[in-house]
Design a protein around this ligand. Structure first.
Ligand code: WT7
Length: 633
């Protein structure tokens, strides 16, 4: 078992060890796990290619570390506690033994359907227990899962399936989300006309709604597991064998398939789970994310289950059937650690304290947030009204690429400060670089957040495009991993995240590339070109502002184009990517070399154009006045 840090002195000591002798430090952590064969070298790395390998030639299976390793002590202990969308419906609790059997059963079914080690399996599912079972079954047999959040459109799904060359898709008939029913299988069907690599589709029956089942291709989950044994011999994986691919938006073009490998991710997700949340045996842990995001991978499934924790999985949304739902769940299951996003808190705050009436919330010990900077108002609301002033807040900074929490307080151990992610996790060596790549040492500095030494949970590559991995993360500042975030280190040495420095917008904690949204807008037949920037948004953190140039106006006029642009983006990417504001302009401000001057558009969207900076390189300066006049908001 991973030893927990319990005091500030302990943190300082462990951090120091992790920097002075990282190999020894991570050896100690990795020794807490079950390896079929121990590694013969701890670390091999360079950030030039880049090439990062941890626990070289170690052999293991991550599910053996979740199940066989926990079986003696926790056979009958709950592993996953599932709360359905509708509180009137009965929940499901799976003990470690029950979950183990279900995973094995489905693993056998996958093998029978011809899925082998190394094959890619896309999972497109609502938050139901079979989602967890499917991902663990893939890991059991060495198949690589790639989970696509079920809010993504058919087109986004096609892109991901084809990039991963997935052999199978696992899905459900429909999904419940608040008072809506989502036609999940229908979206998969629409996608699969363009996905030649997919041979089979496994369909879980969730709602019983009518779906088309294509003969020879589609199989019901309950039929697939029929007569399958409840034992399955875990595949022997190398430390550096791929565990999963998870797509995330980039600042340009198509989404990036972030690759995580088995050994390092296992050690890092478990280590950070235990230490950041200070999880103790029998605590009830509740992370409200969807498993389709990295937060769900690392802190609903892998981190907690590797630590033998009780992890709550919620199918629904915080406002159904009413705005008190999350708090009701906290009381119902006596949740001890709650992990959610600032955007959820900001939206729940708008309902005031009434949804908190008749809620005790006394079981809570630790509150966590992730996904974007948390503003002070939300921080205090969380602290005072949810934590009743007694629970430390862990503002956890990390990324799909880092695999696990990287800068964060350890609950109750590192003193917190609102809107600061505070200090690095042991093993993480953050540096602040100026734009020329010079390290800014000492206190009170601000610049680009980079990490200068590898950690076990870091990405290994972008699936199928190592060159892009190098360009995006390892080229801008030679010898460093570049996060894309701006950061300030204050007088206490605490880190405060300042938002993205590249063309990524973080909307409600979801990472969206401006280029991807622009591409979607440009598919509109009347749109000539467009530029998308972020602006401060009260609830979502950042809103999406689109400047659109049209060749002509349709009969619906500007309003007509606006609406169809918004609809188009929802359909092409997802409703989460749709612009909040669409301004029709006659042209975009460009440099003489034709580069869109986003800096200026950003200032206009932010309503902050007293100082537009240097516009001497601009092709058509009059355009700026016109755009300012037509500004929306
Ligand atoms: C980006 C990564 C990691 C899971 C969720 C998002 C922003 C994340 C924080 C935080 C300030 C944060 C960063 C980061 N971000 N957590 N606590 N404070 N910003 O994963 O989609 O890969 O997005 O989210 O900008 O780079 P992701």
């Amino acid at each position: 078992m991973i030893r927990k840090i319990t005091t500030l002195g302990g943190y300082i000591r462990e951090y120091q060890e992790s920097v002075e002798n990282p190999k020894l430090f991570w050896t100690h952590q990795a020794e807490a796990f079950y390896w079929r064969k121990k590694w013969d070298k701890v670390l091999d790395w360079n950030f030039e290619e880049p090439s990062v390998k941890w626990f070289l030639n170690g052999k293991l299976n991550i599910t053996e570390n979740i199940f066989e390793r926990n079986m003696f002590l926790r056979k009958d202990q709950p592993a996953i506690i599932w709360e359905p969308n509708n509180p009137e419906e009965e929940g499901i609790t799976l003990t470690y033994e029950e979950l183990f059997k279900k995973v094995n059963q489905f693993a056998n079914a996958l093998q029978k359907m011809g899925i082998e080690k190394g094959d890619r399996v896309v999972i497109y599912m609502p938050m139901i227990p079979e989602l967890a079972i499917a991902m663990l079954a893939c890991a059991r047999i060495g198949a690589i899962h790639s989970i696509v959040f079920a809010g993504f459109s058919a087109k986004s799904l096609v892109e991901r399936i084809n990039d991963a060359q997935a052999k199978m898709v696992i899905t459900s008939d429909e999904g419940y989300r608040g008072n809506k029913t989502i036609q999940i299988k229908a979206i998969v069907d629409e996608s699969l006309t363009d996905c030649p690599s997919v041979e089979n589709v496994v369909v879980v029956e969730r709602t019983g709604g009518a779906v088309d089942m294509k003969a020879g291709r589609d199989i019901w989950w309950h039929d697939a597991i029929q007569d399958m044994p409840e034992e399955n011999e875990a595949a022997e994986m190398d430390s550096e064998d791929m565990l999963f691919i998870l797509y995330t938006s980039g600042s340009t073009g198509k989404p990036k398939g972030i690759v995580h490998t088995t050994g390092g991710y296992m050690v890092y997700s478990a280590y950070t789970f235990k230490n950041v949340f200070q999880y103790s045996d029998n605590d009830m842990f509740f992370c409200t994310a969807d498993i389709g995001w990295i937060t769900g991978h690392s802190y609903i499934i892998y981190g907690p289950l590797l630590c033998g924790a009780k992890t709550l999985m919620f199918e629904g949304i915080p406002t159904f059937p009413d705005e008190g739902r999350l708090w009701e769940i906290v009381d119902k299951y006596q949740v001890n650690q709650l992990y959610t996003a600032p955007t959820a808190l900001r939206s729940l705050m708008t309902y005031g304290e009434e949804p908190l009436d008749n809620k005790s919330l006394r079981s809570l010990k630790v509150l966590g947030t992730v996904g974007e900077p948390i503003n002070e108002e939300a921080w205090h609301w969380y602290h005072d009204h949810i934590g009743k002033g007694n629970c430390p807040i862990v503002d956890t900074w990390w990324q799909t690429e880092t695999g696990g929490i990287s800068i964060s307080p350890l609950a109750g151990i590192i003193p917190t400060k609102p809107s600061f992610a505070t200090l690095p996790i042991p093993g993480i060596q953050p540096v602040v670089l100026d734009n020329e790549g010079k390290e800014l040492s000492g206190r009170n500095v601000e610049g680009n957040l980079c990490i200068k030494f590898p950690w076990p949970g870091m990405l290994r590559t972008i699936y199928g495009d190592h060159e892009r991995c190098k360009n995006v993360y390892f080229s801008k500042f030679k010898g460093y991993y570049f996060t894309g975030d701006g950061v300030k280190r204050d007088e206490d040495g605490y880190y405060r995240l300042l938002g993205r420095v590249d063309d990524v917008i973080v909307v409600s904690g979801h990472n969206l590339g401006t280029a991807e949204i622009e591409n979607a807008i440009n598919e509109h037949p009347l749109v000539h070109e467009s530029a998308v920037v972020g602006y401060p948004h009260e609830i979502k953190g950042q809103g999406i502002y689109a400047f659109v140039v049209c060749s002509e106006l349709s009969t619906g006029g500007e309003e007509g184009i606006r609406n169809s642009v918004i609809k188009g983006v929802s359909k092409i990417i997802s409703p989460i990517a749709k612009p909040d504001r669409v301004q029709i302009v006659s042209g975009l401000p460009k440099t003489r070399s034709g580069k869109i001057m986003r800096r200026i558009l950003r200032k206009i969207a932010e309503n902050n154009y007293s100082d537009l900076g240097d516009i001497s390189t601009m092709l058509d300066p009059d355009l700026v006045d016109e755009i300012i006049k037509g500004r929306i908001g």
